[in-house]
Design a protein around this ligand. Structure first.
Ligand SMILES: [Zn+2]
Length: 327
Protein backbone atom coordinates (compact mmCIF):
# COMPACT_ATOMS: atom_id res chain seq x y z
CA UNK A 1 0.00 0.00 0.00
CA UNK A 2 1.55 3.30 -1.08
CA UNK A 3 1.77 6.39 1.11
CA UNK A 4 -0.45 8.25 -1.30
CA UNK A 5 -3.26 5.68 -1.14
CA UNK A 6 -3.15 5.41 2.63
CA UNK A 7 -3.88 9.13 2.88
CA UNK A 8 -6.72 9.23 0.39
CA UNK A 9 -10.36 9.61 1.41
CA UNK A 10 -13.33 7.97 -0.26
CA UNK A 11 -16.99 9.02 -0.49
CA UNK A 12 -19.51 6.21 -0.04
CA UNK A 13 -23.26 6.55 -0.56
CA UNK A 14 -25.72 3.78 0.27
CA UNK A 15 -29.04 4.58 -1.41
CA UNK A 16 -31.81 2.47 0.14
CA UNK A 17 -35.53 2.38 -0.54
CA UNK A 18 -36.20 4.16 2.78
CA UNK A 19 -32.96 5.84 3.92
CA UNK A 20 -29.77 6.93 2.23
CA UNK A 21 -26.49 7.05 4.12
CA UNK A 22 -23.58 9.26 3.05
CA UNK A 23 -20.05 8.99 4.40
CA UNK A 24 -16.41 9.89 3.88
CA UNK A 25 -14.18 6.96 4.79
CA UNK A 26 -10.41 6.55 5.03
CA UNK A 27 -8.35 3.54 3.94
CA UNK A 28 -8.82 1.90 7.35
CA UNK A 29 -12.61 2.14 7.21
CA UNK A 30 -12.87 5.02 9.69
CA UNK A 31 -15.88 7.27 9.14
CA UNK A 32 -14.69 10.87 8.79
CA UNK A 33 -18.10 12.25 7.83
CA UNK A 34 -21.51 10.68 8.06
CA UNK A 35 -25.05 11.74 7.22
CA UNK A 36 -28.38 9.94 6.92
CA UNK A 37 -31.41 11.20 4.99
CA UNK A 38 -34.80 9.89 3.93
CA UNK A 39 -34.50 8.76 0.31
CA UNK A 40 -38.05 9.81 -0.66
CA UNK A 41 -38.20 7.81 -3.93
CA UNK A 42 -41.23 9.86 -5.06
CA UNK A 43 -38.77 12.62 -6.01
CA UNK A 44 -37.61 10.47 -8.90
CA UNK A 45 -34.08 9.71 -10.05
CA UNK A 46 -33.22 13.35 -10.87
CA UNK A 47 -34.26 14.59 -7.42
CA UNK A 48 -32.34 11.89 -5.58
CA UNK A 49 -29.23 12.12 -7.76
CA UNK A 50 -29.31 15.92 -7.46
CA UNK A 51 -29.06 15.58 -3.68
CA UNK A 52 -26.21 13.06 -4.04
CA UNK A 53 -24.36 15.43 -6.37
CA UNK A 54 -24.76 18.37 -3.97
CA UNK A 55 -23.28 16.36 -1.08
CA UNK A 56 -20.43 15.07 -3.25
CA UNK A 57 -19.61 18.65 -4.29
CA UNK A 58 -19.71 19.94 -0.72
CA UNK A 59 -17.39 17.25 0.65
CA UNK A 60 -15.04 17.32 -2.33
CA UNK A 61 -14.65 21.09 -2.05
CA UNK A 62 -13.90 20.83 1.68
CA UNK A 63 -11.54 17.84 1.46
CA UNK A 64 -8.95 17.77 -1.35
CA UNK A 65 -7.93 14.24 -0.38
CA UNK A 66 -11.20 12.73 -1.64
CA UNK A 67 -10.24 10.45 -4.51
CA UNK A 68 -13.42 8.65 -5.58
CA UNK A 69 -17.14 8.18 -5.14
CA UNK A 70 -18.80 4.78 -4.65
CA UNK A 71 -22.56 4.35 -4.77
CA UNK A 72 -24.50 1.30 -3.59
CA UNK A 73 -27.97 0.78 -5.05
CA UNK A 74 -30.65 -1.88 -4.44
CA UNK A 75 -30.58 -2.63 -8.13
CA UNK A 76 -29.59 -4.83 -11.02
CA UNK A 77 -26.74 -2.79 -12.45
CA UNK A 78 -24.66 -2.39 -15.53
CA UNK A 79 -21.78 -1.24 -13.32
CA UNK A 80 -19.38 -0.90 -16.24
CA UNK A 81 -21.56 1.73 -17.93
CA UNK A 82 -22.89 3.26 -14.71
CA UNK A 83 -26.50 2.34 -15.41
CA UNK A 84 -29.16 1.12 -12.96
CA UNK A 85 -31.05 -1.37 -15.12
CA UNK A 86 -33.77 -2.29 -12.67
CA UNK A 87 -34.27 -0.83 -9.24
CA UNK A 88 -37.75 -1.78 -8.05
CA UNK A 89 -37.57 -0.08 -4.61
CA UNK A 90 -36.76 3.27 -6.18
CA UNK A 91 -38.83 2.83 -9.34
CA UNK A 92 -35.73 3.30 -11.52
CA UNK A 93 -35.42 1.56 -14.88
CA UNK A 94 -32.39 2.14 -17.12
CA UNK A 95 -31.26 5.23 -15.24
CA UNK A 96 -27.86 6.52 -16.37
CA UNK A 97 -26.66 7.26 -12.84
CA UNK A 98 -23.15 8.51 -13.61
CA UNK A 99 -24.18 11.03 -16.27
CA UNK A 100 -27.28 12.17 -14.38
CA UNK A 101 -25.07 13.14 -11.42
CA UNK A 102 -23.47 15.84 -13.61
CA UNK A 103 -20.25 15.91 -11.59
CA UNK A 104 -17.86 15.17 -14.45
CA UNK A 105 -16.13 18.52 -13.80
CA UNK A 106 -14.88 17.21 -10.42
CA UNK A 107 -12.72 14.65 -12.22
CA UNK A 108 -13.52 11.92 -9.68
CA UNK A 109 -13.99 8.29 -10.68
CA UNK A 110 -17.51 7.14 -9.76
CA UNK A 111 -18.29 3.47 -9.09
CA UNK A 112 -21.64 1.72 -8.78
CA UNK A 113 -22.32 -1.57 -7.06
CA UNK A 114 -25.28 -3.58 -5.91
CA UNK A 115 -26.10 -2.91 -2.22
CA UNK A 116 -25.65 -6.53 -1.10
CA UNK A 117 -22.16 -6.63 -2.62
CA UNK A 118 -21.31 -3.35 -0.86
CA UNK A 119 -22.23 -4.94 2.48
CA UNK A 120 -20.14 -7.99 1.56
CA UNK A 121 -17.14 -5.84 0.58
CA UNK A 122 -17.25 -4.04 3.93
CA UNK A 123 -17.56 -7.23 6.00
CA UNK A 124 -14.74 -8.78 3.98
CA UNK A 125 -12.41 -5.84 4.44
CA UNK A 126 -13.17 -4.63 7.97
CA UNK A 127 -15.76 -6.95 9.52
CA UNK A 128 -16.61 -10.55 10.28
CA UNK A 129 -14.92 -12.00 7.16
CA UNK A 130 -11.73 -9.93 7.41
CA UNK A 131 -9.45 -12.90 8.01
CA UNK A 132 -11.01 -15.16 5.33
CA UNK A 133 -9.95 -15.36 1.69
CA UNK A 134 -12.93 -17.53 0.81
CA UNK A 135 -16.11 -16.16 2.33
CA UNK A 136 -19.81 -15.81 1.68
CA UNK A 137 -21.72 -12.82 3.05
CA UNK A 138 -25.43 -13.50 2.99
CA UNK A 139 -27.81 -10.57 3.50
CA UNK A 140 -31.22 -11.49 4.90
CA UNK A 141 -33.47 -8.49 4.48
CA UNK A 142 -36.59 -7.83 2.43
CA UNK A 143 -34.84 -10.05 -0.08
CA UNK A 144 -31.88 -12.39 0.22
CA UNK A 145 -28.61 -11.94 -1.65
CA UNK A 146 -24.98 -12.90 -1.30
CA UNK A 147 -21.49 -11.62 -1.95
CA UNK A 148 -19.21 -14.56 -2.69
CA UNK A 149 -15.44 -14.17 -2.34
CA UNK A 150 -13.16 -16.70 -3.99
CA UNK A 151 -9.44 -16.39 -3.19
CA UNK A 152 -10.12 -12.87 -1.94
CA UNK A 153 -11.98 -11.71 -5.06
CA UNK A 154 -15.66 -10.85 -5.24
CA UNK A 155 -17.45 -13.10 -7.73
CA UNK A 156 -19.39 -10.98 -10.23
CA UNK A 157 -20.42 -13.47 -12.91
CA UNK A 158 -20.61 -13.09 -16.69
CA UNK A 159 -22.74 -9.93 -16.61
CA UNK A 160 -22.55 -8.95 -12.94
CA UNK A 161 -25.47 -11.05 -11.74
CA UNK A 162 -23.68 -13.59 -9.52
CA UNK A 163 -24.66 -14.18 -5.90
CA UNK A 164 -28.44 -14.52 -6.15
CA UNK A 165 -28.45 -16.95 -3.24
CA UNK A 166 -32.01 -15.94 -2.35
CA UNK A 167 -33.21 -17.93 -5.33
CA UNK A 168 -31.64 -21.25 -4.42
CA UNK A 169 -34.63 -23.59 -4.38
CA UNK A 170 -35.05 -25.02 -0.88
CA UNK A 171 -38.71 -26.15 -1.18
CA UNK A 172 -38.65 -28.13 -4.43
CA UNK A 173 -42.40 -28.75 -4.73
CA UNK A 174 -45.39 -26.79 -3.46
CA UNK A 175 -43.34 -23.82 -2.25
CA UNK A 176 -44.53 -20.22 -2.17
CA UNK A 177 -44.34 -17.96 -5.21
CA UNK A 178 -41.15 -15.86 -5.27
CA UNK A 179 -40.56 -12.35 -6.65
CA UNK A 180 -38.27 -13.92 -9.27
CA UNK A 181 -41.19 -15.83 -10.78
CA UNK A 182 -40.15 -19.20 -9.38
CA UNK A 183 -41.41 -21.00 -6.28
CA UNK A 184 -39.83 -22.32 -3.10
CA UNK A 185 -36.76 -20.06 -3.21
CA UNK A 186 -34.72 -19.41 -0.03
CA UNK A 187 -36.11 -15.86 -0.08
CA UNK A 188 -39.68 -17.20 0.33
CA UNK A 189 -38.79 -18.91 3.62
CA UNK A 190 -35.85 -17.05 5.21
CA UNK A 191 -36.23 -13.34 4.31
CA UNK A 192 -37.70 -10.79 6.73
CA UNK A 193 -40.94 -10.90 4.73
CA UNK A 194 -41.10 -14.68 5.01
CA UNK A 195 -40.49 -14.56 8.77
CA UNK A 196 -43.29 -12.00 9.16
CA UNK A 197 -45.71 -14.14 7.10
CA UNK A 198 -44.88 -17.23 9.17
CA UNK A 199 -45.20 -15.28 12.42
CA UNK A 200 -48.61 -13.88 11.38
CA UNK A 201 -49.85 -17.39 10.72
CA UNK A 202 -48.41 -18.71 13.99
CA UNK A 203 -49.98 -15.79 15.86
CA UNK A 204 -53.43 -16.58 14.41
CA UNK A 205 -53.08 -20.20 15.50
CA UNK A 206 -51.91 -19.15 18.96
CA UNK A 207 -54.85 -16.77 19.40
CA UNK A 208 -57.32 -19.43 18.21
CA UNK A 209 -55.83 -21.95 20.63
CA UNK A 210 -55.67 -19.46 23.51
CA UNK A 211 -51.91 -19.92 23.70
CA UNK A 212 -49.94 -17.05 25.29
CA UNK A 213 -47.45 -15.19 23.08
CA UNK A 214 -45.56 -11.89 23.06
CA UNK A 215 -46.25 -11.49 19.32
CA UNK A 216 -48.62 -8.64 18.40
CA UNK A 217 -49.82 -7.20 15.09
CA UNK A 218 -48.37 -5.43 13.17
CA UNK A 219 -45.39 -7.77 13.02
CA UNK A 220 -41.92 -7.07 11.66
CA UNK A 221 -38.71 -9.07 11.46
CA UNK A 222 -37.39 -7.02 14.36
CA UNK A 223 -40.52 -7.64 16.48
CA UNK A 224 -40.23 -11.40 15.94
CA UNK A 225 -36.52 -11.28 16.84
CA UNK A 226 -37.25 -9.30 20.01
CA UNK A 227 -40.04 -11.66 21.08
CA UNK A 228 -37.71 -14.63 20.53
CA UNK A 229 -34.96 -12.93 22.54
CA UNK A 230 -37.50 -12.47 25.36
CA UNK A 231 -38.11 -16.21 25.30
CA UNK A 232 -41.37 -16.37 23.32
CA UNK A 233 -41.78 -19.99 22.24
CA UNK A 234 -43.79 -19.23 19.10
CA UNK A 235 -41.37 -16.56 17.86
CA UNK A 236 -38.45 -18.91 18.52
CA UNK A 237 -40.10 -21.68 16.51
CA UNK A 238 -40.74 -19.30 13.58
CA UNK A 239 -37.06 -18.27 13.59
CA UNK A 240 -35.90 -21.87 14.00
CA UNK A 241 -37.89 -22.88 10.92
CA UNK A 242 -36.42 -19.97 8.90
CA UNK A 243 -32.99 -20.93 10.26
CA UNK A 244 -33.36 -24.55 9.14
CA UNK A 245 -34.24 -23.38 5.60
CA UNK A 246 -31.31 -20.97 5.75
CA UNK A 247 -29.17 -23.97 6.65
CA UNK A 248 -30.48 -25.92 3.64
CA UNK A 249 -29.52 -23.03 1.35
CA UNK A 250 -26.11 -22.77 3.01
CA UNK A 251 -25.43 -26.49 2.49
CA UNK A 252 -25.46 -25.88 -1.28
CA UNK A 253 -23.31 -22.74 -1.05
CA UNK A 254 -20.82 -24.31 1.35
CA UNK A 255 -20.47 -27.52 -0.67
CA UNK A 256 -19.90 -25.51 -3.86
CA UNK A 257 -17.47 -22.87 -2.59
CA UNK A 258 -15.90 -24.28 0.58
CA UNK A 259 -15.69 -20.91 2.35
CA UNK A 260 -13.76 -20.49 5.59
CA UNK A 261 -16.59 -18.37 6.86
CA UNK A 262 -20.21 -17.44 6.17
CA UNK A 263 -21.33 -14.03 7.44
CA UNK A 264 -25.05 -13.49 8.00
CA UNK A 265 -26.09 -9.84 7.70
CA UNK A 266 -29.17 -7.79 6.82
CA UNK A 267 -32.11 -6.97 9.09
CA UNK A 268 -32.85 -10.59 10.03
CA UNK A 269 -29.30 -11.07 11.34
CA UNK A 270 -30.50 -9.20 14.44
CA UNK A 271 -32.33 -12.40 15.38
CA UNK A 272 -28.96 -13.92 16.28
CA UNK A 273 -28.70 -17.42 17.72
CA UNK A 274 -32.41 -18.40 17.51
CA UNK A 275 -31.92 -18.16 13.71
CA UNK A 276 -28.24 -19.11 13.36
CA UNK A 277 -28.06 -22.14 15.67
CA UNK A 278 -30.63 -24.18 13.67
CA UNK A 279 -28.86 -23.15 10.43
CA UNK A 280 -25.51 -24.36 11.81
CA UNK A 281 -27.07 -27.65 12.89
CA UNK A 282 -28.40 -28.31 9.36
CA UNK A 283 -25.00 -27.45 7.85
CA UNK A 284 -23.21 -29.69 10.36
CA UNK A 285 -25.42 -32.67 9.53
CA UNK A 286 -26.07 -32.12 5.81
CA UNK A 287 -23.02 -30.50 4.18
CA UNK A 288 -19.97 -32.54 3.15
CA UNK A 289 -18.30 -33.45 6.45
CA UNK A 290 -14.78 -32.14 5.72
CA UNK A 291 -16.22 -28.74 4.74
CA UNK A 292 -18.98 -28.57 7.34
CA UNK A 293 -16.60 -29.18 10.24
CA UNK A 294 -14.43 -26.21 9.38
CA UNK A 295 -16.78 -23.48 8.17
CA UNK A 296 -17.72 -20.73 10.64
CA UNK A 297 -21.23 -19.25 10.42
CA UNK A 298 -21.18 -15.89 12.17
CA UNK A 299 -23.26 -12.69 12.40
CA UNK A 300 -22.15 -9.56 10.52
CA UNK A 301 -20.18 -6.99 12.54
CA UNK A 302 -20.71 -3.66 10.82
CA UNK A 303 -24.50 -3.41 11.11
CA UNK A 304 -26.30 -0.59 9.29
CA UNK A 305 -23.06 1.07 8.20
CA UNK A 306 -21.74 -1.89 6.20
CA UNK A 307 -23.47 -0.67 3.02
CA UNK A 308 -22.00 2.83 3.03
CA UNK A 309 -18.52 1.66 4.06
CA UNK A 310 -18.59 -0.98 1.32
CA UNK A 311 -19.66 1.64 -1.24
CA UNK A 312 -16.68 3.79 -0.22
CA UNK A 313 -14.27 0.86 -0.70
CA UNK A 314 -15.26 0.63 -4.39
CA UNK A 315 -12.70 3.32 -5.16
CA UNK A 316 -9.91 1.79 -3.07
CA UNK A 317 -7.08 0.45 -5.24
CA UNK A 318 -7.44 -3.29 -4.55
CA UNK A 319 -11.18 -3.19 -5.26
CA UNK A 320 -11.23 -0.77 -8.19
CA UNK A 321 -8.39 -2.52 -10.06
CA UNK A 322 -10.72 -5.39 -10.85
CA UNK A 323 -13.31 -3.17 -12.53
CA UNK A 324 -13.75 -0.09 -14.66
CA UNK A 325 -14.97 3.31 -13.54
CA UNK A 326 -16.78 6.17 -15.19
CA UNK A 327 -16.01 9.80 -14.90
ZN1 LIG B 1 -36.79 -16.65 -6.35
Amino acid sequence: MGEENSQQHYIGIDVGGTNSVYAVVDQDGNLLQQRKEKTRPERGADGILGELAAQIREWTTADPRIGSVGIGLPAVLDAEHGIARECVNLGWYNVDVIHSLKIGDLGLPVYLENDVRCVALAEKRYGAAASSRNAICLALGTGVGAGIFIEGKLLRGASGGAGEAGHIVVVPFGGERCACGGTGCLETVASAGAVVRQAEQALRHALAAGEPTLLREPLSGRAVSEAAAAGDRIAREVLAEAGRFLGVGLVTLINLFEPECVVIGGGMALAGEPLLAPAREIVRTRAMAYVANRVKIVPAQLGDLAGVIGAATLGMPEVSESRSSNR
